[in-house]
Design a protein around this ligand. Structure first.
Ligand code: SF4
Length: 249
């Protein structure tokens, strides 16, 4: 299992930095999709409780849409400016009746090109993380993002964009009816919890998303930059496995 997560063996030359961190961590939100996002005084860092009510009023309504209707609405969505700058919307992928739901931040360049969440290096790591807990993409696992359109230059999504896109994720969750949700990174955690806190303070415990247990861990893209954190991610995955075991006993 440790090999699956690239935790063993972990050789780090002491005279070489573990990873180049291209942006200041205070400008990041503990793990976005891509490795090259720009540091910025993030609106998202304000937390979604600080929202302008007009963002909420302008969010798409997705009451009781079926899977085909929801996919069509996302495909046609122009609710925020991100759609104008991306190649396509990236809806989600996997088993639509899965027990496990993994939620990331938003599509990076590879995801925008391929139309699927978590492809490229971070997708490979996510697949390894899934394999470490005996899961496989597409089999009892559904993968989605908070944001369905690739932000320009891989920047962190703005709060208004998150709020306008969040109803789609909420409807996906209602349709999948997962037993357990794993939020990957702070944007996903903030969006699902509806409040902001440091990712470190949110890890290691079971949260609740409208009755569904929610576990929060690092985004694979963050783990690629900060491989020493993989041990913590492994702790989170074990917590998730234990929680699922109890749910299915
Ligand atoms: S990011 Fe979401 S809300 Fe914005 S245009 Fe894309 S699908 Fe619509």
């Amino acid at each position: 299992m440790l090999r699956e997560l690239n935790l063993y063996p972990l050789w780090v030359r002491r005279d070489v930095p573990v990873a180049a961190v291209p942006i200041k961590e205070e400008g990041r939100l503990d793990g976005g999709e891509a490795d090259t996002r720009q540091a910025k005084p993030s609106e998202a860092a304000m937390g979604i409780e600080a929202l302008n009510p007009s963002y909420v009023a302008e969010a798409p309504t997705v009451p009781a849409l079926s899977w085909p209707e929801l996919k069509q609405q996302v495909r046609d969505c122009t609710a925020c400016s991100l759609r104008a700058g991306c190649m396509q919307t990236v809806f989600g992928v996997g088993d639509e009746n899965a027990d496990w739901l993994f939620v990331g931040e938003g599509p990076g360049e590879d995801e925008d090109a391929q139309g699927e969440p978590f492809v490229g290096p971070s997708g490979k790591l996510l697949d390894n993380m899934l394999a470490a807990i005996k899961l496989k993409r597409g089999s009892n696992v559904y993968i989605a993002n908070v944001i369905k359109c690739h932000p320009p230059e891989n920047r962190t999504p703005h709060v208004d964009e998150i709020v306008r896109c969040l109803p789609y994720l909420q409807r996906q969750i209602a349709l999948v009816k997962p037993k357990l949700i794993v939020a990957l990174g702070k944007i996903a955690a903030t969006a699902l919890l509806g409040k902001e806190a440091t990712l470190g303070s949110l890890r290691g415990t079971l949260h609740d998303y409208y009755g569904v247990p929610l576990i929060i861990t690092y985004h694979p893209a963050y783990l690629l930059r900060m491989p020493a954190e993989k041990a913590h991610a492994w702790d989170d995955l074990r917590l998730a496995m234990d929680a699922m075991q109890k749910l299915t006993d």
